[in-house]
Design a protein around this ligand. Structure first.
Ligand code: ATP
Ligand code: MG
Length: 280
């Protein structure tokens, strides 16, 4: 089975700006991949090429084996653009109806009701977009991306305007979709969220991938911390395997041991190291 999304040697130049410089990346069936990187790194450009909105300068992108932008490719995917706007005079239900018509979905009223429930907007069916908060509009945007039951979702910062409860709603939704075999490419600046939900993360910097792997594989040991009656003491370079010995040594030295933790780098540490604190 072909990957849900595959990009090979993808490059994009806008005039004098080289937004992508040869990127290779796959999103497998049922895989949730987080695309991270500083402002201007090329994340949205990659997604727009995959959706078929922007033409690459070199390389190729395929969706379930079909060329990005082709009818077959578009039929497989759902997309939520960054900084989208729906017409203010449409109700939530009308926005979804419009997208059902655009995508040829035959889900009808039942699909619209189900999607609004999924994003916790069941009470806002007849609410106009203009009368919705930013976060409600964003959840409506996520619902819109799911019209027609796409197998690949490309979400460009779907939770940037959401409060913690809204983020959790979307996170649980993404987990549920993955359970059903839907593949997701998620652009986000919210590292803790990406860490919680993504199978793999890819970090873009200046149009190139600088790290790809599961959050676990990318993290590194950062020592062991012991809390004793003398305070908190970190043993740099120690790993999980050293923990029992360190505790035994402390006890033998007459210390009261209150806690021991094995420290690993968070995705934030990995990210900051990969991008070198740089923005492009
Ligand atoms: N239509 C365009 N015309 C000219 N330059 C563009 C265009 N779109 C993007 N760029 C440039 O391409 C580069 C990559 O932009 P892109 O929007 O892909 O970044 P991004 O990683 O999504 O950033 P952000 O985190 O701010 O959303 C930037 O230098 C941007 O200015
Ligand atoms: Mg962007």
């Amino acid at each position: 089975m072909p990957d849900a999304l595959a990009v090979r040697g993808l490059a994009k130049r806008y005039g004098s700006v080289q937004a992508l410089k040869g990127v290779d990346l796959e999103v497998g069936e049922g895989e949730l991949v987080g695309l991270l990187g500083p402002n201007g790194a090329g994340k949205s450009t990659l997604v727009k090429i995959a959706v078929g909105l922007v033409r690459p300068t070199a390389g190729e992108a395929t969706v379930a084996g079909a060329r990005a932008g082709s009818r077959a490719a578009r039929a497989e995917l759902g997309y939520l653009a960054e900084m989208f706007r729906f017409p203010g005079w449409y109700t939530a239900d009308e926005v979804l109806e419009l997208h059902q018509r655009l995508s040829g979905s035959r889900g009808g009223a039942a699909e619209r009701k189900r999607l609004l429930e999924l994003v916790a907007l069941a009470d806002a069916t007849d609410r106009r977009v203009d009368g919705m908060s930013k976060g409600m509009q964003q959840r409506l945007g996520v619902a819109q991306s799911l019209v027609g039951e796409p197998r690949l979702l490309m979400l460009d910062e779907p939770t940037s305007a959401l409060d913690p409860v809204g983020r959790r709603t979307v996170r649980l939704l993404l987990e549920e979709l993955r359970g059903r075999g839907v593949s997701v490419l998620l652009n986000s600046h919210l590292l803790s969220e990406v860490e919680l939900v993504c199978d793999r993360v890819a970090i873009l910097l200046g149009g190139q991938l600088v790290a790809v792997g599961s959050p676990h594989d990318l993290s590194r040991p950062r020592g062991v911390e012991l809390e004793t009656d003398e305070g908190i003491h970190r043993v740099e370079g120690a790993t999980r395997e050293d923990a029992p010995r360190l505790v035994a040594e402390a006890v033998a030295a007459g210390r009261q041991v209150y806690g021991v933790s094995v420290l690993t780098s968070t995705l934030e540490d990995v990210y900051l190291e990969a991008v070198g604190g740089e923005t492009s």
